[in-house]
Design a protein around this ligand. Structure first.
Ligand SMILES: CC/C=C\C/C=C\C/C=C\C/C=C\C/C=C\C/C=C/C(=O)SCCNC(=O)CCNC(=O)[C@H](O)C(C)(C)COP(=O)(O)OP(=O)(O)OC[C@H]1O[C@@H](n2cnc3c(N)ncnc32)[C@H](O)[C@@H]1OP(=O)(O)O
Ligand SMILES: Cc1cc2nc3c(=O)[nH]c(=O)nc-3n(C[C@H](O)[C@H](O)[C@H](O)COP(=O)(O)OP(=O)(O)OC[C@H]3O[C@@H](n4cnc5c(N)ncnc54)[C@H](O)[C@@H]3O)c2cc1C
Length: 621
């Protein structure tokens, strides 16, 4: 019960729904069958929302976790981007008009930004929305091949509405990117409206249950009232007005999803993978530790513990960090709504940095879990391939990870520059204003404070060095842009060090807040392991300036190894504590009852290749 709190009743309700628990096996379906199956589930989910009065986004999420295990449905873009953007960027009138229909699923929408030629560089997008005061319409157009919208989830076949990000033109003047509500398909026939060419972009690495799509506009008119006008307005006569505001408000949907992805994608994905790999490692027996003794559980091999327990610690860390990231998002967003925008840059930086840092770590960790399961990990029955292909998408969507780290670094450079000029930083970067000790306080006790301080030292030093290197590059004649590019590897590493410190700090604060001494001790061990592995894997960063010496590094290694044995008795309990139901794991290896072999055999017998099939039979005869 460490995690779930108020979510359980909704999860139990969802688990009672036969359609979610049973049905055809995902692994034996073609992509089209997967997509259709997901749509059937979407419809049932919508009925359940009405039946159980599910309105709150968080309540629905519990349900979705059971209805769409380890996959994204078309409801993701609808409830995660379309509705929040309407709410955040629409005027009161617009919210009244569209949000109730969208919440009742009478219209289904998505977020249409990326184009064939540009995803990362939002200012390079080419779709135009030209205002015509005579008809009081915006004319949407795709002027080039590269301007065709490409990727939006649900666009291919499902959605009948979308929020299209396009360059606003009035009287030949470009006012930059703005959001427009666009009806895409007939509400009667579901056919694309005239002037739109659209469809699915084809098979992908994962995301089989989502129809990521393309959309080409051919001078397609929409009413003036369809530009989202909370912050900027276009009057009937074509006058453009805007509130004093940060132009980056129109990037708000991205900040929201980045903030959610840390928990929903990285935290959940890695925790599920660890659950599967650790439970299976307690079931699987192989080789011998001692002659003539029973084969040990593979979890008793130190090397297996060394593979999996750091990932378990990481899963806890990412989970806690994801919860904290959500809290920060809602807190700062409330401040922004009340006109206090001071913390927007920090929110952008920390959500970009953590989204990148945690999805990369989780993606790497899920693959390690799969490898740790040997041959059976390679089978779809393990559930790990599906978890991996869907979670690793998080490294790319909502801002490619390197680019996101560079956004975080940009903020860190601004803050560090400010500190040099006497400004006091606050929030997640307040340590940049502190005098950081150059002496390492780590002793064999490895208190959480001393470990966090080591990460603080590393982050502060790497940020300082990245800033100084940037200045040197400029001083030696490079312009600011070239200097940035020539320094960008160093900058991404500084951003990672900042995020790493943040994650260790969050974990430490969670441990300190736990009252039950037994739970506290176990979590402390995990937090220590997380930090010690971080030090060892990045040891160069800690010894480069003499902060850590060889003796201390040896202590780090020894403690890491002793923690493996200390964690071993609780390992299975620690993954059980995530409380994933078998339906959510979708894994034979990770089954709660441990009946792995019997069910693998049953599963293999069901595979379609074992069914009588004329052509195969003829070819093989
Ligand atoms: C669908 C969601 C479902 C559910 C939601 C709930 C839970 C989530 C869980 C799961 C999600 C599951 C599935 C979803 C699956 C997929 C959905 C995917 C959707 C998409 O991918 S939508 C498209 C996303 N696209 C991007 O992210 C593009 C990335 N690029 C950019 O953001 C920008 O172009 C970039 C790189 C930031 C550069 O912008 P720009 O060139 O304009 O800025 P500068 O670099 O010049 O910087 C200027 C200045 O502005 C600051 N800044 C930049 N961005 C922001 C921002 N967003 N907010 C605030 N400030 C910003 C920047 O730092 C600079 O500041 P400075 O001058 O230094 O002070
Ligand atoms: C599963 C999935 C779902 C998606 N859903 C949606 C959706 O619903 N709506 C939507 O609008 N979009 C969606 N997208 C698109 C997604 O947002 C973009 O693919 C993403 O933002 C990355 O942009 P890109 O494809 O242009 O990558 P690119 O920018 O082309 O990246 C390619 C490489 O170039 C590097 N690079 C690019 N710019 C820089 C730079 N400035 N500095 C250093 N390196 C750089 C990157 O690091 C990367 O290594 C989705 C994508 C995926 C994979």
């Amino acid at each position: 019960m460490l995690f779930k709190g108020g979510g359980l009743p909704h999860e139990s309700l969802a688990l009672q729904e036969k359609l979610f628990g049973a049905g055809p096996d995902y692994n034996f379906m073609t992509r089209i069958e997967r997509f259709k199956n997901s749509l059937v589930r979407v419809q049932h989910f919508i009925r359940c929302c009405a039946r159980y009065n599910l309105h709150d986004h968080a309540d629905k999420k519990w349900f979705e976790g059971v209805a769409f295990p380890n996959e994204v449905s078309v409801l993701g873009p609808h409830s995660g981007m379309f509705i929040p953007t309407l709410k955040e960027q629409g005027s009161e009138e617009q919210i009244q008009k569209w949000v109730p229909q969208a919440e009742k699923h009478q219209i289904m929408g998505t977020y249409i930004q990326t184009e064939l030629g540009h995803g990362t560089f939002v200012r390079g997008l080419e779709t135009t929305a030209t205002y015509d005061p005579k008809t009081e319409e915006f004319i949407l157009n795709s002027p080039t091949l590269t301007s065709i919208k490409w990727w939006p989830g649900g666009l291919g076949r499902t959605c009948n509405f979308g929020i299209v990000m396009a360059l606003l033109y009035i009287d030949g003047k470009n006012y930059g990117m703005h959001p427009f509500v666009v009806q895409l398909r007939s509400l009667k026939t579901h056919e694309p409206l005239p002037g739109l060419t659209m469809g699915d972009i084809g098979p992908k690495f994962g995301f089989d249950t989502v129809d990521n799509g393309y959309l080409q506009f051919n001078h397609f008119g929409i009413p003036r009232e369809n530009m989202l006008m909370k912050y900027c307005q276009v009057l009937k006569n074509g006058t453009y007005t805007k509130q004093t505001r940060n132009p980056k408000f129109s990037y708000g949907a991205m900040i929201f999803v980045r903030s959610m992805v840390v928990y929903e994608v990285a935290g959940q994905g890695l925790a599920k993978a660890c659950t599967i790999a650790i439970r299976y490692s307690a079931i699987r027996r192989q080789s011998e530790l001692k002659k003539s003794r029973p084969e040990p559980q593979i979890l008793d091999y130190q090397t297996q513990q060394y593979k999996l327990f750091p990932l378990l610690a990481l899963a806890y860390a990412v989970w806690f960090t994801g919860v904290r990231m959500k809290e920060i998002y809602f807190m700062v967003n409330n401040e922004i709504k009340q006109g206090h925008t001071e913390r927007l840059p920090e929110l952008h930086a920390i959500s970009s940095g953590l989204k990148a840092f945690t999805t990369s770590m989780a993606s790497w960790g899920i693959e390690r879990c799969r490898l740790a399961c040997g041959g059976h990990g390679y089978s779809a029955a393990s559930g790990l391939p599906k978890i991996y292909v869907n979670a690793t998408g998080g490294c790319t969507y909502e801002g490619e990870n390197t680019v996101m780290l560079l956004q975080c670094a940009r903020f860190l450079m601004n803050i560090y520059g400010g500190v040099k000029n006497g400004r006091r930083p606050s929030g997640s970067v307040n340590y940049l204003g502190e005098r950081i000790s150059s002496r390492c306080t780590l002793t064999s006790e490895f208190t959480l404070k001393s470990l966090a301080d080591a990460f603080k030292h590393r982050a502060a030093r790497m940020i300082k060095e990245a800033s100084e290197r940037l200045n040197r590059l400029q001083a030696s004649g490079n312009d600011p842009e070239d200097s940035w590019n020539l320094n960008s590897v160093v900058l991404t590493k500084a951003a990672e060090a900042h995020c790493h410190y943040y994650m260790v700090l969050v974990f430490e604060s969670v441990v300190e807040s736990v009252e039950d001494n037994c739970v506290k001790d176990i979590l402390r061990q995990l937090c220590q392991l997380l930090a010690l592995c971080g030090i060892q894997e990045n040891s160069g960063d800690f010894i480069q300036d003499g902060f850590l010496n060889n003796d201390q590094l040896e202590l780090v290694k020894q403690k890491q190894l002793s923690l493996l044995s200390e964690i071993r008795p609780n390992a299975v309990l620690l993954v059980d504590a995530f409380e994933f139901h078998d339906v959510q794991l979708g894994s034979i290896l990770g089954r709660f009852d441990g009946n792995v072999y019997e069910n693998l055999f049953k599963w293999a017998k069901k595979t379609p290749l074992n069914k009588p099939e004329d052509l195969i039979h003829r070819l093989l005869r």
